[in-house]
Structures are given as C-alpha cells and as structure tokens.
Design a protein around this ligand. Structure first.
Ligand SMILES: Cc1cc2nc3c(=O)[nH]c(=O)nc-3n(C[C@H](O)[C@H](O)[C@H](O)COP(=O)(O)OP(=O)(O)OC[C@H]3O[C@@H](n4cnc5c(N)ncnc54)[C@H](O)[C@@H]3O)c2cc1C
Length: 405
C-alpha cells in the first residue's frame, strides 16, 4: 500500500511545509499545551493530520512526505506539547505503521487515534522461549472456531505488557506449512479472559518486560491483521519499523547518552589526554550516527523503512554500550553505586535511564532487543550488500516436521 496518496500533488515541498506549520500554529493557538491535558491535545493533533503526516487523511495524516514529521515535532515539542511516543513506544513506532498498512478500515478507525493519544498502550507479542532471532519458528497456536480463533501458548520479553490494552500477536495457524507460511497476525485484547502477564526483572531492577501466557484466549476473526497465513509478511512491517524506532532516533546534537557522558566528563577529572581523546571519539561517533539517521530519514520517501534501517540499530547498540562504559569509568568508585536506589519496579515506559550507572546496565539490552547485533549484520550482509545467505535447512520443510527442543 502507498501511504502517501491523498493529497494535491501540484503542491511543492515548500507549500507542504508551510501548510503543516500553519496547522501546527492553529493547534497551538486552539489548545495551548500548558493549559491542555495531553489526551485532548494529542487527539486534536491526530484530527488535524499531524500525528503521522505520511499516513492518509482521516488516519492521523495528510498523505504528505514523512520528512515533514520532523518539522511538525520540532514546532510542537518546542512549544511544550506532550510527547506522543514516550509512554507508548511500541504502539507508536511499530503498531501504528502495521495497522495503517495491513489493517481493515474498521481496525484503522478503531485503533489509531487512542493509540496516538496514549489512552491505549500497545505491546508486541512475537518472541517465545524457543523462538527469538528465529521468530518464524514460534509455537503459540491459534485454532479457528467459527468466527473466532482460540489461542494457546507463551510469549516472553513482552515489553510493557503489564500496562497494555492491546497486543500485536503472531501465532501458528498451519503447523503443516513451512515456518514462514503458517503464521497469522492478530490484534489481541490484553484484558481478555485467559491472558496472564507476569513480570520479568532485568539487571537494572526494573521489569520493563514480561512473560505472557495464553490459555484458550478467544480472538474474533475480525481482529486478524492481514490474511490467514500472511502473518510473516505483516510481521516484517512491524520488525522493520521496530529497528528504526529503536535505532533511528534523531535527538538534538549532543543530547541523550552522549550528553550524559559530556556532563560526567565536565564534573569529574582532571582527565588524561588519552581519556579526553576517548570521549571525543565517542562524541564524533554519536554525531556520525545522528547524521546517518537524518540522511536515512530523508531518503525514506515512503513510510515503511527497508532493511537498511538495521544500520542505525546496529550502530546505536554498540555505541550506547561504549558511551555508558566510559561514563562509569570516569565516575571511578562512584560508578559502582546506584544513586537512586536499587528497587524492583515495573515502569510505565521503556528504555528510560535515570543516571549513568543505570544507563550502563540498561545498555546491555540494546544489542538484543529489536533483533540482536548478529542478526542485524546478517540482514545487512544479505539484503543490503547481497552477500550469500545464512544456511537455512528448515526453510521449506513443514514446521511440524522440524525438530525442536
Ligand atoms: C529489553 C528487551 C526488550 C524486548 N522486548 C520485546 C518485546 O516487546 N516483544 C518481543 O516479542 N520480544 C522482545 N524482546 C526479545 C528480543 O526480540 C529477543 O531477545 C531477540 O530477538 C533475541 O532472541 P533470543 O533472546 O531468543 O536469543 P537467541 O535467538 O536464542 O540468540 C542467542 C544468540 O545467538 C545469536 N544468533 C541467533 N541466531 C543467529 C544467526 N542466524 N546468526 C548469528 N547469530 C545468531 C544471537 O545473536 C544471540 O547472540 C526484547 C528483548 C530485550 C532484551
């Protein structure tokens, strides 16, 4: 599906930019952020087509170039508007593009607006104890029963499942088809009978993610996303957007992880020339990644990113580890302490860090979540550089005949 299809194409890019900026000003005048609750503000932002500007009109967009989203975000966030994605990163970064690309009219109307306003949080139910990197080998079963599907199985590492209203679920509907062909994608109500969410605590002491058990959970067929057996194709939209959502961020220069390192550098020391050199090298690499992500975003003429989206994810994961390691080293003995206390908690958002020590521990997950560094290298090698593929002995075999532990 072409996302950008509903607009007067005689307009020039400058006209489009002027149009969205005028709409931003209209929104800010109608609902000044300081005196407006976030749900009302974000709802109006959606209705004006400023949520995902490249989505079609009526679905939170205007059918314009995705490049304009940066212009909109800068204007609105700069004026103190609420962040739409902070509390719903999975819904915003992965759920919305999947729904708008593969959802029925009813699903788009039902889900996109409350997802954007954060009234309904979303989670991603892909990974299982026996299926992570090779997620297409998953075992959770969905069996058709009239107009419904009955789901049984277990998912794991499900970020924010404990606060989610809906989940993006991939389940096996045809065990006799090869692994990629027997999958179907569903929207699952996380409050439905038979859905059980249990916390999994991470090294930081937080349980951002969970185990999710499905016992005879009933999903109406109308909540299927895409055709029966097409679950892998729909999943690819989610996965490609996930890599960009995690690794394609374009923060202001010198902010985020690298900004924290600069603050630690400024308040510790004196530093040796070698240390200063190391900090400078990291700053340069953070800036190169930022510029690479800006270029990638500008080249993305349509909404859905391609395999090259893995570059940002790969680079970000390694860089975050090195930056946070350096910060903890600069802190010396203080780097071994957890200043805000080490309390077990279940946060309402993900990937947030409170101090360099916590950032150091959280960064360990960056090279695993959203596809491991090794898998990013496989994708780039095979699908971008055209190198020979990994050995895949089970690709064409019926899933039911593939041995598994
Ligand atoms: C913080 C965090 C949040 C997460 N959130 C979610 C979520 O919300 N929803 C969800 O569905 N999942 C989530 N995940 C799960 C994540 O997607 C998986 O952990 C990841 O895909 C790896 O799968 P695995 O853990 O089973 O490791 P495995 O696939 O078992 O991999 C083990 C090791 O083998 C390597 N490896 C595997 N296959 C290959 C290969 N073909 N070539 C080279 N090396 C290979 C891997 O790189 C890794 O080092 C999250 C994970 C983390 C850490």
């Amino acid at each position: 599906m072409t996302l950008t299809d509903a607009t007067d194409r005689s307009a020039t890019p400058a006209d489009d930019e002027a149009r969205v900026l005028a709409l931003c000003d209209q929104l800010l005048a109608e609902l000044p952020p300081s005196g407006t609750d976030p749900v009302t503000f974000l709802g109006r932002q959606f209705d004006l087509g400023l949520a995902w500007v490249h989505f079609p009109e009526g679905y939170g967009g205007l059918g314009l170039s995705p490049k304009l989203q940066k212009v909109i975000n800068e204007r609105l966030l700069g004026a103190g508007a609420p962040s739409p994605s902070r509390n719903n990163p999975i819904g915003h970064g992965m759920g919305a593009p999947t729904i708008v690309t593969h959802g029925s009219e009813e699903q788009k109307r039902r889900y996109l607006r409350p997802l954007f306003t954060n009234e309904e949080i979303w989670c991603q139910l892909f990974s299982e104890p026996g299926a992570g990197s090779d997620v297409a080998s998953l075992s959770t079963r969905a069996v058709r029963d009239g107009d419904e599907w009955v789901v049984n199985g277990q998912k794991v590492w499900t970020t924010l499942a404990h606060v989610s209203r809906f989940g993006m679920l991939v389940a096996r509907t045809d065990p006799d088809a090869p692994k990629h062909k027997g999958l179907t994608y569903f929207v699952v109500d996380m409050h439905a009978p038979g859905v059980e969410v249990r916390p999994l605590y991470q090294i930081t002491g937080e349980a951002e993610f969970n185990e999710v058990y499905f016992t005879d959970v009933r999903i109406p067929d109308a909540e299927r996303l895409g055709e029966v057996g097409e679950g892998w194709r729909v999943s690819l939209t989610t996965l490609m957007n996930e890599r960009v959502a995690i690794g394609g961020q374009i923060p202001p220069r010198g902010s985020g992880f690298i900004g924290e390192l600069m603050r630690v550098h400024a308040r510790t020391g004196p530093h040796s020339v070698a240390r200063r050199d190391r900090v400078m090298q990291l700053w340069i690499r953070a800036e190169v990644l930022r510029l690479t992500n800006i270029r990638a975003a500008q080249q993305r003429a349509q909404g859905t990113p391609g395999p090259e989206g893995s570059i940002g994810k790969l680079a970000m994961a390694e860089l975050h580890k090195e930056i946070s390691e350096c910060a903890v080293e600069l802190l010396g003995a203080e780097g071994t302490l957890f200043p805000d206390g080490y309390t077990m908690e279940r946060p309402r958002s993900t990937g947030m860090w409170k101090n360099p020590q916590q950032a150091f521990l959280r960064a360990r997950a960056n090279s695993i979540e959203g596809g491991t560094t090794e898998i990013m290298k496989n994708i780039l090698g095979e699908r971008v550089l055209g190198l020979p593929g990994d050995v895949r002995v089970d690709k064409d075999k019926p899933w039911s005949e593939v041995p598994r532990s």
